[in-house]
Design a protein around this ligand. Structure first.
Ligand SMILES: NC(=O)c1ccc[n+]([C@@H]2O[C@H](COP(=O)([O-])OP(=O)(O)OC[C@H]3O[C@@H](n4cnc5c(N)ncnc54)[C@H](OP(=O)(O)O)[C@@H]3O)[C@@H](O)[C@H]2O)c1
Length: 280
């Protein structure tokens, strides 16, 4: 079924808080798929380089203050890094908007505790896969409007039964970068996938997705750039990549990625109160 934005998004105003790599990709993809530009609001943290990228994406006219985004949007995507979350604490979020966190590792309970409203979570694959219409996304808890929007963006939706599974899914979307390094080193991948699949049914499917989205690179530098683009500083991809580079097995590096996701989760409340541990 092909969804048209005017069918189910006609009355929606979408706000994207955090127009970085992922936030801009969501904004551009929405517009590319027919969502009206005038109904899209975005914000960023003030970095001149980010403003340049927003300009390049043709979205300068969409920049809006976070407070206005909260007041006017019916759907809000939060796409900042966990360590910036404390900056959103006093914004006028309400349950009249569908608020969706795209942040890795931060539980809906932490978000709800911080913002005082119900928060849905999604975990997307990297911006490059979304741009190539090959993205996947996990959703928790289930919400029809959200699933419709994500499907409209050509993302293959995985509806999670429990929030804990998001940690394993997150490692799954980091697999493209991990596979590139593991293949280069010559590590045993299949057995590790098998092991994780026994704990999280569906991991093998994500592995096949990851193999399918691996681009072909014309140089070592292009491959290094790709891995860097996949990584958020202090995030899960970075922890898997560092683990592989330090000589761990593929299974151990995946386990470290899962552990890092859980660790970021426990740091969430520190991030909200300004404790620097969130940046570790
Ligand atoms: N990139 C991925 O592949 C990926 C995949 C899945 C999930 N995620 C999650 O998505 C989130 C963003 O990742 P990213 O890679 O897009 O990082 P990013 O490029 O650093 O984007 C984060 C953006 O948030 C902006 N920001 C900071 N404080 C803000 C504030 N108070 N109000 C509005 N915007 C603010 C930053 O603006 P400035 O640049 O001006 O500081 C930056 O542009 C992370 O939580 C990550 O876990 C990322």
């Amino acid at each position: 079924m092909v969804l048209k934005s005017d069918d189910f998004l006609a009355n929606e105003i979408i706000g994207i808080i955090g127009a970085g790599f992922l936030g801009r990709t969501l904004a551009e993809t929405l517009i590319e798929h027919g969502f009206p530009k005038e109904k899209l609001m975005i914000s960023y943290g003030g970095k001149p380089s980010t403003l340049e990228s927003i300009k390049k994406a043709g979205l300068i006219g969409n920049i809006t203050d976070n407070k206005v985004i909260c007041q006017k949007s019916t759907i809000i995507f939060i796409v900042i890094k966990p360590q910036s979350l404390k900056e959103l604490k006093n914004l006028p979020f309400t349950n009249n908007s569908l608020v969706v966190s795209c942040m890795a590792g931060i539980s809906s309970a932490s978000m709800e505790g911080a913002l005082g409203i119900k928060v849905f979570r999604i975990m997307t694959s990297g911006p490059d896969t979304i741009k190539r219409k090959k993205g996947i996304v996990a959703v928790y808890p289930q919400n029809d409007t959200l699933i419709n929007i994500l499907s409209f963006l050509n993302l293959r939706v995985h509806e999670l039964q429990d929030e804990e599974s998001i940690h394993v899914f997150t490692v799954g979307v980091c697999l493209p970068a991990a596979l590139l390094i593991a293949n280069k080193i010559g590590l045993n991948i299949e057995d590790s996938i098998e092991t994780i699949d026994k704990e999280y049914c569906g991991f093998r499917e994500i592995y096949y997705w990851a193999k399918n989205v691996l681009p072909v690179f014309d140089s070592e530098k292009a491959q290094t750039n790709y891995i860097e683009h996949m990584s958020t500083e202090g995030g899960i991809t970075e922890s898997i990549v560092n683990s592989l580079k330090s000589g761990d097995t593929f299974l151990d590096s995946l386990r470290k990625g899962i552990a890092r996701s859980k660790e970021i989760s426990t740091f969430a409340m520190f991030a909200l109160t300004g404790d620097d541990k969130s940046n570790d």
